[in-house]
Each structure stands twice: as C-alpha cells, then as structure tokens.
Design a protein around this ligand. Structure first.
Ligand code: NAP
Length: 289
C-alpha cells in the first residue's frame, strides 16, 4: 500500500477463517509501499459455506490475486479454472492469481517458502523425518522431494492420512507416530508440521508442549537440523530444546515470509520484491501481538 488509496488502487487479499491475526497484510502492504505499487492487501474473513460466493465476488470487484488460508486451502480447488501440478499433488492452494484469458489459477507457494531456508543451507540427500500428516505436511513432502531431501519418512497418528500420503507419494515411508523412535538416530533433518507447541490460534496447544521430548531429541545425530513450521512462540519449546542439545534450529517465520514473497512477485508479474522489508514487517507485527 502506498499510504494513499485512490480510485486506481488495486486490491490483493487473503481469505480464511479466522484472518484477524494474520501477518500477511503487514508483510504485503510494507512491500507494496516500498515498491510504490498502487495496491492494497486486505484480509477477508470468509466462512466455509460462503467460499464459492466469496471467490466469485472477488472476481467481480476486480481483486488481482489473493492468498488462501485455513480452512479453504483444499476446498478452493474446484472453484479454480487452473491448478498447477505441484498444488494438485499437494491437494492445496495458498495463492490465487488471475489468468489472462479470465478466471482464477491456483498455486502453492508454501512449497517454495518451506524449501527456501534448506536450499540456503545447501541441503540435499539427507535422511529426513516429517512429523504430522495434515495440510502443511503435504506441502512439506512435495518440497522435500523437489529439493532432493531423501530418504523421506513421515510419522503421523492417523492411519487414513498416512495411507493417503503413501498413495500420492509411493517413494516415501510412512510410520505410525508411536513407532518413530528407532528412526531418530538416522534423521539429519527433522520437520515439525503438527500444531503442537503453537501459542495462539484455533489449534492452540500448551506453550510448553512439544511434539518430541528432550529424550527423543537426544537420539538425533550430531549436527541435526530441527525445522519447526510454527513461529509463535519464537522459539517454540521444540526449537529451544533442540538448540540446547546442539542441534541447528529453523523457525517457520522464514517459510511464511518466503511464501508471501513468492506470491507477491507472482501478482506483480514476476517483479523482485523486498524480502527484507517483508521479514521486518512480520517480525514487528509479531512483537506487537
Ligand atoms: P492440520 O491440517 O490440522 O494438520 C495438523 C497435523 O498435526 C495432523 O496430521 C494432526 O494429526 C497432527 N497432530 C495434531 N496434534 C497431534 C498430536 N498431539 N500428536 C500427533 N499428531 C498431531 O494443520 P496444518 O495446516 O497442516 O498446520 C500445521 C501447523 O503448521 C500449524 O501450526 C500451522 O500454523 C503451521 N504452518 C506454518 C506455515 C508457515 O508458513 N510457517 C504454513 C502452514 C502451516 P491428525 O490428522 O490425526 O489430527
């Protein structure tokens, strides 16, 4: 946002339920202001039973593109005219943009956002274990496979969700949650995609909770990397314990910033976007909340 909304200002936004605590408006509007782009990014609360009406309405009022968050990431797929192959494999869309011929196209920039910190570290070909089998896990699995992070194991508590993952990605190994311990000694990259340890939001857990205990984290080899998708609190109990044990922690904030940067660049026709500005805006918003 340039600080002045006029008759020419174009809209970007976010649909979800809830959206009130999202960091995306702060991140995107700070970047748009820095770029001097005449756009404004607005959060739109949309209930599940109004999703189709809302998506049609966004088209009618000329919204240029939008992000999608819980609970619409899967439900929006049939409402889009095009979904790219990565988002289709994941079964979830987090970014929607206009097609030149009309209609909406969906992609999943969570995959790129997740991979970014790992690519920056030059990681490839290391034994990886993903905790959780929900929506974020699916983007993470796709990212790991694209980034060459194999062998790849996924531990979850729902046999049905694990079976679905195995069907989509036959090359991964799925494990019942209670059987993950023997694999920890072989895991050089551990990724938490469960909400355990998250401070606020609809999936709130105890702020002292951790998906793995200190004793389990001790089983990881020297030099292991522990990546938590959660970014509130910072550090999460999992990352605090991992750092205390000498492992390398990665927080989910960078994933959030990078998925946003990728989406904004897409909406602006491939233009580079000021990632440092987006990161700082997200951090400031977090500090105030
Ligand atoms: P989701 O679809 O609800 O999936 C959560 C997963 O965690 C499910 O597999 C669930 O198992 C599992 N789980 C929950 N409690 C558990 C427990 N006590 N023991 C074992 N497994 C447990 O949620 P999501 O959309 O994937 O999001 C997950 C987390 O990732 C959230 O905290 C979200 O904020 C974070 N996230 C961060 C970013 C980012 O940009 N940093 C992006 C996306 C998501 P069941 O299937 O058995 O319920």
């Amino acid at each position: 946002m340039t600080g002045r909304i006029s008759g020419t200002t174009r809209l970007l936004g976010l649909i979800g339920d809830p959206v009130a605590h999202s960091l995306s408006p702060a991140m995107h509007n700070a970047a748009l202001a820095t770029l001097g782009e005449d756009y404004c990014y607005v959060p739109f609360p949309v209930a599940s039973d109004r999703l189709a009406t809302a998506v049609a309405g966004l088209a009618v009022i000329g919204v240029q593109g939008f992000n999608v968050t819980i609970p619409h990431k899967q439900a929006i797929l049939p409402l889009l005219q095009h979904v790219d192959s990565r988002a289709a494999a994941v079964g979830a869309v987090n970014t929607v943009y206009r097609l030149p011929e009309g209609g909406w196209a969906g992609t999943n920039t969570d995959i790129d956002g997740f991979l970014h910190p790992l690519i920056s570290l030059g990681l490839k070909g290391i034994p990886t274990l993903v905790l959780g089998s929900g929506g974020a896990a699916r983007a993470v699995i796709q990212g790991c496979l694209e980034g060459g992070l194999q062998p790849l194991r996924v531990a979850g508590r729902s046999p049905q969700k694990l079976a679905e993952l195995q069907k989509t990605w036959p090359q991964i190994q799925v494990l019942p949650w209670v059987e993950l311990d023997p694999y920890l000694a072989q895991t050089q990259l551990l990724i938490n995609t469960t909400p355990i340890g998250m401070k606020a939001g609809s999936n709130a857990h105890s702020p002292t909770a951790s998906p793995l205990s200190r004793e389990q984290l001790r089983l990881l080899p020297t030099g292991a990397i522990v990546y938590d998708l959660i970014y509130v609190p910072d550090p999460t109990p999992l990352l605090r314990m991992a750092a205390e044990l000498g492992h390398t922690p990665i927080t989910g904030l960078e994933m959030l910033v990078q998925q946003g940067a990728k989406a904004l660049s897409l909406w602006l026709g491939g233009k580079p976007v000021p990632i440092a500005v987006m990161r700082q805006a997200a951090q400031q918003q977090l500090a105030q909340s």
